[in-house]
Design a protein around this ligand. Structure first.
Ligand code: NAD
Ligand code: LMR
Length: 338
């Protein structure tokens, strides 16, 4: 049988923390499966090149059978040349005294040119996930600068939030995470996000009913969701920073791998997950923001799960996070970034 052609994968910020946690798992086959060889293109800025080169040496030393080639470069045209997949991790972090507009402007200077390089140099089947924050709006900037690439190829990572929700629920209803279905993260990858369990099940049983059973009725369940679960998941990034002393790394890399794995290989019978997708207007989310939705993937395409009942409580929460996405879009628009 002829050997499979390697999939060409670009990782930006490859010399950083998440990059280091991603590269070895991708090369081992965790993202695209044990039969798919990979070619890795590591993009860094000049200051990050040595770290990326060091990671490339270690990749060589790991002798991964699936790893066909590693390229390290600070040239986006080279890094995205022929890319089938791109994980955009490198971003400008917010530093002391920086206003939100400064952060958006600085990231526009990264994701605008990277969007153009993807447009001009990537393969026709390019699929992009943005990890670098603010992930949803960075994805919007990249997509808006790549007019020849279908919009639905640009996504933002909210799978980490989804996995965090599963982790919390698993403890609350005493169920293995693998038995949980029907959890959704709506909105922005920020503290306004809405982790929603209204449709969730554990081993086929309704999660709201299980919570009510454990917490003294529907009111107890509601209080736990509002006062503990939702803020815990939505602010988990800050909690990790406080406890670890720096932002999440291995869990973020793992979530990015889950996102691409499911996008390419499908969500199959595991039910829906959450992904930041270009809105076409589902659930009243305005077109043209990159919003987290309940989503399944099949044949290499994400599809929003439609028709879920949204009660008033959920509607307010979704609307609040979507309002923040719209505000961010207006801010980058007024800065001329999209
Ligand atoms: P890091 O600082 O360790 O690494 C970032 C790397 O990006 C650095 O090596 C830097 O040199 C590089 N870089 C900066 N600008 C670049 C550019 N224009 N091109 C290529 N490389 C560039 O940070 P990290 O811990 O790896 O986190 C990376 C990003 O991921 C941050 O924005 C962080 O907030 C975000 N993040 C997102 C999620 C999520 O769920 N979406 C979770 C965790 C972290
Ligand atoms: C995370 O969710 O861990 C990251 O986006 C970091 C942060 O600032 O929350």
């Amino acid at each position: 049988m002829a050997a499979k052609k390697p999939v060409s994968i670009t990782i930006t910020g490859a010399g950083g923390q998440i990059g280091y946690a991603l590269l070895f798992r991708i090369a081992s086959g965790a993202m695209l499966g044990p039969d798919t060889p990979v070619r890795l293109n590591l993009l860094e800025i000049p200051q990050g090149l040595r770290a990326a080169e060091g990671a490339a040496l270690e990749l060589q030393d790991s002798a991964f059978p699936l790893l066909s080639h590693v390229e390290v470069t600070d040239d986006p045209a080279v890094a995205f040349g022929g890319a089938n997949l791109a994980l955009l991790v490198g971003a400008r972090p917010r530093t002391a005294g920086m206003e939100r507009a400064d952060l958006l402007q600085a990231n526009g200077g990264i994701f605008g040119p990277q969007g153009r390089a993807i447009n001009d140099h990537a393969a026709d089947d390019i699929r992009v996930v943005v990890v670098g924050n603010p992930a949803n709006t960075n994805a919007l900037i990249a997509a808006s600068n790549a007019p020849d690439v279908p919009r639905d190829r640009f996504t933002a990572l909210t799978r980490l939030d989804h996995n965090r929700a599963l982790g919390q629920l698993s403890v609350a209803v005493d169920s293995p995470v693998g038995d949980l279905r029907g959890v959704t993260i709506w909105g922005n990858h920020s503290a306004t996000q809405f982790p929603d369990v209204a449709h969730a099940t554990a081993g086929g049983d309704s999660v709201p009913a299980l919570l009510a059973g454990r917490l003294g009725g529907p009111e107890g369940a509601r209080s736990w969701l509002v006062d503990e679960f939702i803020p815990r998941v939505a602010k988990r990034g800050a909690e990790i920073i406080e406890v670890r002393g720096s932002s999440s790394v291995a869990s973020a890399a793992s979530a990015a791998i889950d996102h691409v794995h499911d996008w390419v290989l499908g969500t199959a019978d595991r039910g829906w997950t959450s992904a930041g997708l270009w809105s076409e207007g589902a659930y009243g989310v305005p077109e043209g923001v990159i919003c987290s939705f309940p989503a399944v993937a099949e044949g290499g395409t994400w599809r929003v799960v439609e028709g879920l009942e949204i009660d008033l409580f959920a509607r307010h929460r979704i609307d609040a996070s979507v309002a923040e996405l719209v505000e961010e879009r207006e801010a980058v628009r007024s800065l001329g970034l999209i």
